[in-house]
Write a protein that binds this ligand. Structure first.
Ligand code: XMP
Length: 512
């Protein structure tokens, strides 16, 4: 949250699809910001946060809709610079006495835009911007001038420089807007007076001192999965409190090939208490004969908690339970009245079962890319820092239907080959998540002179920014060809490989 150790920019969310992207861009500019729902803060709350600037996001509504979000006019009189984006720009114009109308033809996508380069926001006089709107500002409020236009939009940007109020109809946060990030940087640095005091080096130092102060000589417990978030959390805590920290790594047996050992090796030499619990037998015993995806997930979640709890009991009372929750896990959406909070579903539920005084979540302010930067700053290995997301239930939800030891081995081997080939092709950082799924379907094939009747393996690769929506990755055919040929040749019991070309929605990323 906002505090005096760094400057703070408030992003008021009006339900736009790019709200998190705006926040990430602001942070990339070295400025700390938070996204808050427009309807959850009073003017006094806003003043108390003491932001150096405010950004209004876009939103799906028209300012004339009965239920559309509005804002108290007073916000423009606080002397704090405001940048309104898309709906935020229309709202600013409307609230201050301008007019908003419906476009004759709505603008969507890349649009040639002409800028007034005397504005503090723009350096070039033209370029492509990303538009997505059906309404537009048709009459400026008094005191404002137009600073950009397109063929269909007379006021693609507007400003009242004296009052430090700016509006843009397009989306500077989206990559398709040429120089968009420079426009945001100009707003932050030239208008709000930001100094760029948000860096991961600073963050690590501040967080380590804060943890030291809070924990004192208390004991901290962390459920470590080997994923980026819990690993960075462990690194930060170990620097702050050393062996007052105990990490419990519950190996349920559904990790990828060699992964359990890799996680153990990564933390072996640290000055912390590291406990690995090999609990595969317990998990398998409960999963025998179970094929329904939700039941599998539920059993794994419950068993995880039981194993963790049993280990935690051996340690006795701990003072703090640490969690690797990151900002997107807690961010609230301003769309609609009921705020949606996405809960962390990896260790969800633990707090009820463990005897502890307080939770600490040292990463709760960070985005994923910042968490990775922090991991690098703290000296974590690239394998851990760049590990792709892996679901809590692991390969158990990538084997369709009942899990058997045999299927687990088949999937581990096939998935290993797929990952190896993706890395060899240099695609491992551009594809956000890629993995193999063992379908329980068998089909007929021919190998040598014989007929086979073996499993079909599905490969899945997705590109996404937030994992809420995703596109299938356009993996080159020659890479897929190598994967397919290696998998059917090297992995017993697979005679067919398919590539999943579905987006999310309508599919999900995982198959179960
Ligand atoms: P879906 O399949 O819902 O997945 O499109 C979205 C993202 O969430 C991950 N995922 C999980 N992560 N515990 C987790 O920590 C889970 O139970 C879980 N289920 C799905 C999935 O891998 C993808 O990145």
């Amino acid at each position: 949250m906002a505090n005096s150790s760094h400057q703070f920019v408030l992003i008021l969310d009006f339900g736009g699809q790019y709200n998190q992207l705006i926040a990430r861009r602001v942070r990339e500019c070295g400025v700390y910001c938070e996204v808050r729902p427009y309807n959850k803060l009073s003017m006094d709350d806003i003043k108390a946060l003491n932001p150096v600037g405010i950004i209004f996001t876009g939103g799906p509504n028209s300012v004339y809709d009965e239920k559309s979000p509005h804002i108290d006019k007073e916000i423009f009189e606080l002397g704090i610079p405001v940048l309104g984006i898309c709906y935020g720009c229309q709202l600013m114009a409307y609230t201050l006495g301008g007019e908003v109308a419906t476009c004759i033809s709505s603008e969507y996508g890349k649009t040639e835009t002409f800028y007034d380069s005397s504005s503090a926001l723009f350096e070039s006089s033209n370029g492509i911007s990303w538009m997505s709107h059906t309404d537009y500002v048709s009459k400026l409020p008094s005191g404002f001038k137009g600073t950009a236009h397109t063929e269909n939009c007379p006021f693609a940007a507007m400003e009242n420089a004296e009052k430090k109020l700016y509006g843009v109809q397009f989306h500077p946060e989206v990559n398709h807007t040429q120089n968009g990030i420079d426009m945001l940087r100009s707003f932050l640095y030239n208008v709000c007076g930001c100094v760029g005091d948000w860096t991961m080096g600073n963050y690590a130092q501040t967080a380590i001192s804060a943890i030291k102060e809070k924990v004192g000589d208390g004991k901290v417990l962390l459920a470590l999965s080997g994923g980026v978030d819990s690993s960075v959390c462990a690194a930060l805590l170990s620097k702050a409190v050393g062996n007052q920290l105990t990490c419990i790594f519950v190996d349920h047996g559904f990790m990828r090939k060699n992964e359990g050992d890799e996680v153990e090796a990564a933390f072996k030499d640290w000055d912390i208490n590291f406990i690995r619990v090999n609990a595969k037998d317990r998990f398998m015993a409960r999963l025998t004969g179970v094929s329904d995806p939700e039941t599998k997930r539920k059993i794994i979640g419950e068993e995880f908690i039981r194993v963790f709890e049993a280990e935690a009991k051996k340690i006795g009372k701990v003072d703090f339970l640490a969690q690797g929750t990151i900002y997107p896990d807690i961010i609230e959406s301003g769309a609609g009245d009921a705020a949606v909070i996405k809960s962390h579903h990896n260790v969800g539920g633990l707090p009820d079962y463990v005897d502890f005084k307080e939770i600490i979540e040292p990463l709760r302010l960070l985005f994923k890319d910042e968490t990775r930067k922090l991991g690098e700053e703290l000296g974590l290995s690239p394998t851990l820092v760049w590990r792709q997301p892996f679901p809590g239930p692991g390969l158990a939800i990538r084997i369709i239907g009942e899990i058997t030891d045999e299927k687990l081995l088949i999937l581990q081997d096939a998935d290993w080959i797929f990952r190896e080939e993706i890395a060899k092709a240099g695609l491992d950082r551009s594809i956000n998540q890629y993995f193999a799924v063992l379908t329980s379907m068998r089909s007929v094939g021919v190998m040598g002179d014989g007929r086979t009747y073996d499993y079909t393996l599905a490969l899945r690769g997705v590109t996404t920014t937030d994992f809420m929506t995703a596109d299938f990755a356009k993996i080159p055919y020659d890479v897929l060809e190598t994967c397919s040929s290696r998998i059917v040749n090297e992995v017993k019991s697979i005679n067919r490989v398919v590539y999943d070309i579905t987006t999310k929605p309508p599919a999900t990323i995982e198959w179960e």
